[in-house]
Design a protein around this ligand. Structure first.
Ligand SMILES: [Fe+2]
Length: 314
């Protein structure tokens, strides 16, 4: 029979081990996901897109920075950053330094709310019963989001926060449009509204939070591929079941990974259905430093012809 003091000691030890696992082990268990996305014209050469999101970087996260530095070896043709890159006033230079040679490649980005507002103390598990949409009740951003954007723009990356533009990646002429973070109502789709250019080789939509009302508009305008982050893949998930929450309007089945929008099984919008990739993200808020059954990630999307013709090797 186990005596009460021993039981208390055992319980405390198990709790400490669990906390150590979710906050140290799994939070640094970085993985690269890979998907082929059949979205290009027949015969097009495959193009590699590296999708990063939600680094929430602070100067102390050296293992995260080291892992980001390894991603250039994937030789991506395009880098997409869907926001929440920083979580500390001094993190901009660390983030840009971690990107390193990736900044010399074509890139596009949008902000997430956490690029504007510093993190606040909170219960790490509260995502399970409420969203973070009211976390940023402060009126004036207190993080150096403009400095962050200027660093990426100076490297040649395209800022598509409520903006449209054009980027060349591999052999592709890509029309890109994006919105600022809808999670804190900074999205202004009306500024980018209108049919996407049918003459482009690909029409790419970026948004931090995969909000269905915004994604519907991208699809209606003819965008082929939508990239988003924000969900952290649910962050604290259940074995075998997966995410419990998404922290936005999308359902848990599409909390991360490659899907369609509208989802398979739902009616298409005017006959259109885009591809959707949601990144589970690279980090966590410093005040919610835990991941369970949801390791941090980046994704390499290989865009290939939709017709079954793989095209020449990339
Ligand atoms: Fe995030």
């Amino acid at each position: 029979m186990v005596r009460a003091p021993a039981l208390i000691t055992l319980t405390a030890a198990a709790g400490a081990a669990g906390l150590g696992y979710v906050s140290v082990v799994e939070r640094n268990m970085f993985r690269l996901r890979r998907y082929d996305v059949p979205v290009l014209a027949d015969g097009a050469r495959p193009v590699r897109v590296l999708h990063i999101s939600d680094a929430h970087l602070t100067p102390r996260r050296r293992r995260l920075m080291s892992w980001i530095r390894t991603l250039d070896a994937l030789d991506p043709d395009l880098v997409v950053n869907t926001g929440d890159s920083i979580a500390h006033a001094a993190a901009v230079r660390y983030f840009l330094d971690a990107l390193g040679p990736l900044l010399e490649r074509p890139g596009v980005f949008v902000y997430g709310s956490n690029d504007l507002y510093s993190p606040v103390p909170k219960n790490p598990a509260r995502y399970l019963w409420r969203t973070s949409a009211t976390d940023h009740a402060r009126e004036v951003p207190d993080l150096p989001w403009a400095e962050l954007g200027a660093g990426m723009i100076a490297a040649g990356w395209l800022d598509v926060n409520n903006a449209r533009g054009r980027v060349k990646a591999g052999d592709l002429d890509i029309e890109v449009a994006g919105v600022h973070d809808s999670h804190v109502k900074r999205d202004r789709y009306e500024q980018i509204a209108g049919p996407a250019d049918p003459a482009a080789d690909l029409r790419l939509g970026l948004l931090h939070s995969p909000e269905p009302r915004v994604m519907d508009r991208f699809v209606a305008d003819g965008y082929d591929l939508l990239l988003a982050g924000h969900t952290h893949g649910g962050q604290i998930c259940l074995p075998l079941r997966g995410a419990l929450v998404t922290n936005c309007g999308i359902e848990p089945a599409r909390v991360s990974g490659l899907h369609r929008h509208p989802a398979a099984g739902q009616p298409a919008l005017d006959g259109r259905r885009a591809w959707l990739h949601v990144s589970a993200g690279l980090g966590t808020s410093p005040w919610a430093p835990a991941r369970f059954c949801c390791p941090p990630e980046a994704t390499l999307l290989t865009l290939v012809p939709a017709t079954g013709d793989p095209g020449p090797p990339g």
